[in-house]
Design a protein. Structure first.
Lengths: 290, 379, 256
């Protein structure tokens, strides 16, 4: 293994994390809640790809169907489970989100069973760069996710809806008074977050084809950790945190002595960063009014 | 004497009495051999679950901090207590070994409680929740990757099984001890101080409550009992495996606390008993792929219950149709406006963290901040 | 000459470039009723936040009974003898009225009761608990909330919540009691009642009182001396008649 390969591998893993982390961070910024079920939306996306692949066999169509289905799913979850709780204690919302996460996992297990499904999306092979062998999927993942992230940043910055999102995240009440449809914005945010999750699911299957109902659980938690490290609520923070997480993971996995402790190392980084900067790397703390 | 007896608020001691009666009744049944081994196993599990739920409820229900790593403390107790008992069993005999391992498991878990309590002083709300979750996973990964000689690695640690006819009695007696400590603590001036931190941390500080001390204290006590529960777990099983203590298990404990009602110890006891009972019963009925129905059921119950209890839109519905007013119809002198003092109403518990406090898009670095502006914010 | 309770020297704080308060000098004598007035955003609450330890001042120092308390934690400052109420009421909402006051009594040396005594339910626990309740009732009587002591504090009307905050602060046995807009949201009757209560507290408990208030009738009827702040700086200091008639002050309030 060589450093360049490890790094590239880390970047591609990290960009997948970053996409998931974006979902967490955007929902947090706008609906002020931790969507614990976000990781499981990835899994649902994975199963949609599996179903399309099994019937039609076209991975791109699978991705498209997964994206649409996950968007609808995200909107439904928001309307049914989270919307009634708007204004309630965040702890209550968090626990409901945990419930939704379990619901998705057990429903998937009931429909598809607990045995892993093999979803070979596409065998892209390797490309030789001088003496370095690079798996093509890492390049595809890296390229696509960077394109998506740039598009998202531009969307938030320059479109009317994006600016409305920023307004809602700053002050829901004031945004409403300015005529912004807050509920609509929250719905759009969930839809975007879920679509990103579907993309992440696609990239994860591209990397390893085994699909179970807990596909999204661990990456979900890690991406969430990444979002917190970067400063939750901050879009560049989520990207930074995700990439950092992926690179650390890739490096740690190549060193045999610490490879088994990779998860522990990643979580330790979270604890250390939060102790030094209680609101994450790019998060800014607002003073509580007394 | 009669006066002293009538002065005691019996309502406060109902749960001790119930647990004590259960201990005696089942103890006699077990010693006379009329209790099946599956019931004994279930009683052990129920005792462990009660201890976990009660110890978590001090953190979540009374201090108002969310901990998602309770299984981590239990894990520490199970592994260290189990290791101690495995080492000492041949040397000391049953009872001294049990005592020593309980103390070791409890104290080491309590030490970890202090370590986790320290970030709790700086972090709040969701941030603390994710740190406790991370802690649980770190602990688990440490034990999973330990060498075979030390903690058994991925195969798990082999532990001696205590005489099963008496273990559950010991467990229930420990539950009584745990109840005594937590309830007496909560129903004292110290408990008042702890709940004041939950209700309004800034006001608590301004009133001179030593927030640091009480937060650390609560985390220490809570993890101590989780550790004890872990030691009991190691005794009731032949092996301790790290996979058991994943964050799913922490959430299962949290569900017990939530379903029981936040800030209600009796509720936690009832919920822990019911969930464990249902778990074990359903496990025998639902096999194979049907087993997932159970998870589905829990998930649905959790969502429906939390929404019912907390949705602002359902407030009037909740006030007309609830257990208390239904029961109240049969109870004389019931006044629905009187609320039990210890119980926290979720919609009233402040969020600890004002979510927008941490948003990055909030403020430019150098934007002026006017702290004195009235009319905005929580007025 | 009465002795000085609170002395503030050149106190100042800035938030990212904005100087919220600068060069504040104050001296409050024992048993004085001192007012802090000024338009919105003048930095009055910020002064309270500094002398109760919520914010750390950027410059200057303050002394209570000659002891430098600058930079101490909120708890420590409260233990030394400064108690406060909040502009936006911060009660322990899930607790009954009397419990709110009991929390205030928590650190009083005569109600000391270790954790072990509480957990083991030693006689000391019951004795302290009883004594604490008696004292709490006494304090509630002063602010006129004795009858409501078993209600949940969040169910009290606004004016009574403010009084409860005063009772809770008083329970910590302060030398200096800081009241942040105690009369806000009260009707004239309640305000008059509150004036009597504040005077009564000062005489009965020998506390010095520093208060922020917008109601000028309340301030001039109650305070011995006032300081007028605007944009974080002192406009005028002195008796209410003198300070409120200062041309600078009139300009600040009316504009122009």
């Amino acid at each position: 293994m060589n450093i360049f390969e490890t790094l590239l591998n880390g970047l591609s893993m990290g960009s997948t994390y970053a996409m998931i982390a974006l979902g967490y961070t955007m929902v947090y910024g706008i609906a002020k809640m931790l969507n614990f079920a976000h990781g499981d939306v990835i899994m649902v996306g994975g199963y949609m790809i599996f179903l399309t692949m099994a019937s039609v066999g076209n991975p791109i169509l699978g991705l498209a169907i997964a994206v649409v289905f996950c968007m609808l799913l995200g909107i439904t979850i928001e309307k049914v489970a989270y919307k009634p709780l708007r204004g309630a204690s965040p702890l209550a919302v968090l626990i409901t989100a945990i419930g939704v996460s379990y619901l998705l996992q057990s429903t998937a297990q009931m429909i598809f069973g607990s045995a892993p499904k093999m979803v070979i999306v596409a065998d892209l092979g390797n490309v030789m760069l001088g003496s370095i062998k690079l798996p093509v999927y890492t390049l595809v993942t890296l390229g696509c996710s960077f394109a998506i992230m740039i598009a998202l940043s531009l969307f938030v910055k320059y479109t009317k809806i994006g600016r409305a999102m920023i307004a809602v995240s700053e002050d829901k009440g004031a945004a409403q008074l300015m005529g912004i449809n807050v509920n609509g914005i929250i719905t759009i945010t969930f839809a975007i977050g879920s679509a990103l999750a579907a993309f992440a699911g696609f990239f994860m299957l591209l990397k390893s084809p085994s699909l179970t109902n807990t596909l999204g659980a661990m990456p979900g938690i890690k991406a969430f950790t990444a979002a917190v490290i970067g400063g939750i609520g901050s879009i560049p923070g989520a990207m930074l945190g995700g990439i950092l997480m992926g690179v650390v993971e890739a490096i740690s996995l190549t060193i045999p002595a610490i490879a088994p402790y990779t998860d522990a190392i990643e979580f330790s980084i979270l604890i250390i960063i939060l102790l030094v900067r209680p609101s994450g790397i790019l998060g800014k703390k607002r003073r509580e009014k007394v | 004497m009669a006066k002293a007896l009538s002065a005691i608020k019996w309502k406060h001691y109902v749960n001790y009495v119930v647990v004590a009666i259960c201990t005696v009744v089942f103890g006699v049944m077990s010693l006379t051999g009329s209790l099946s081994s599956s019931s004994i196993y279930m009683l052990e599990k129920i005792a462990i679950a009660i201890m976990l739920a009660v110890s978590l409820s001090i953190v979540v229900g009374f201090l108002g901090e969310l901990s998602l790593g309770h299984a981590g403390f239990m894990c520490v107790g199970a592994y260290l207590g189990g290791k101690t008992s495995a080492l000492l069993e041949p040397l000391l005999g049953d009872v001294p070994t049990l005592l020593v391992s309980l103390v070791v498991g409890g104290l080491v878990a309590a030490l970890f409680g202090v370590i986790i309590g320290l970030p709790a002083l700086r972090l709040r709300g969701d941030y603390l929740a994710i740190v406790t979750l991370a802690f649980g996973e770190i602990v688990r990964s440490f034990f999973m990757n330990s060498s075979d000689e030390s903690f058994g690695g991925s195969l798990g640690l082999n532990t001696p099984r205590y005489d099963k006819n008496t273990l559950f009695i010991i467990a229930l007696v420990l539950v009584l001890g745990c109840l005594a400590v937590t309830q007496n603590l909560i129903r004292s001036k110290h408990g008042r101080a702890i709940t004041s931190i939950r209700d309004n941390e800034i006001a608590a500080r301004a009133t001179g409550i030593n927030v640091t001390k009480y937060k650390l204290m609560v985390f220490t006590i809570s993890s101590f009992f989780a550790g004890i529960a872990g030691v009991l777990y190691s005794y009731s099983n032949f092996t301790v495996q790290s996979t058991k203590f994943s964050y799913n298990y922490s959430i299962e404990i949290l569900v017990m606390v939530v379903l029981g009602g936040m800030g209600s110890i009796n509720g936690s006891i009832i919920a822990a008993t019911l969930i464990t009972f249902l778990d074990m019963k359903l496990q025998t009925i639902l096999t194979g792929n049907l087993a997932v129905l159970q998870d589905l059921f829990y998930a649905l119950v959790l969502i429906v219950l939390v929404i019912y209890n907390n949705a602002p839109g359902l407030k009037s519905f909740r006030e007309t149709y609830n257990l208390k007013s239904l029961l109240g119809k049969f109870k004389k002198g019931h006044d629905p406006s009187k609320v039990h003092d210890d119980e926290a109403k979720w919609d009233r518990v402040p969020t600890k963290i004002k979510m927008d406090e941490v948003l990055s898009v909030d403020l430019q670095t150098n934007s002026p901040y006017t702290p004195d502006k009235p009319g905005k914010g929580d007025r | 000459m009465a002795k000085t309770v609170l002395k503030i020297e050149n106190l100042g704080i800035s938030f990212g470039g904005l100087k919220a308060v600068q060069d504040l000098n104050l001296e409050i004598k024992e048993k004085q009723l001192y007012g802090l007035v000024g338009p919105n955003g003048a930095g009055k609450t910020t002064v309270f936040n500094m002398i109760t330890g919520v914010y750390k001042p950027t410059t200057g120092k303050f002394y209570l009974d000659g002891e430098d308390l600058t930079g101490k934690s909120q708890e420590a400052i409260n233990h030394k003898g400064i108690a406060r109420t909040f502009q936006n009421i911060r009660l322990f909402n899930n607790m009954t009225v009397i419990r709110n006051v009991l929390v205030g009594l928590h650190n009083q040396p005569e109600f000391k009761c270790g954790m072990l005594s509480s957990v083991l339910r030693l006689p000391r626990h019951f004795k302290t608990e009883k004594a604490m309740r008696e004292r709490a009732k006494e304090i509630l009587r002063i602010v006129g909330l004795e009858e409501e002591r078993n209600n949940l504090s969040c169910n009290l009307p606004y004016g009574k919540q403010r009084k409860l905050e005063i009772a809770r602060a008083l329970a910590t046995n302060p030398k200096l009691l800081c009241l942040d807009e105690p009369a806000a949201g009260m009707n004239p009757n309640e305000t008059a009642d509150l004036m009597n209560i504040v005077r009564h507290i000062r005489d009965e408990y020998n506390v010095t009182i520093l208060l922020i208030e917008h109601d000028m009738k309340f301030v001039s009827g109650l305070c011995d001396e006032i300081t007028v702040l605007n944009f974080g700086t002192v406009l005028a200091q002195g008796t209410p008649e003198v300070a409120l008639n200062d041309p600078e002050v009139i300009k600040a309030y009316i504009g122009g």
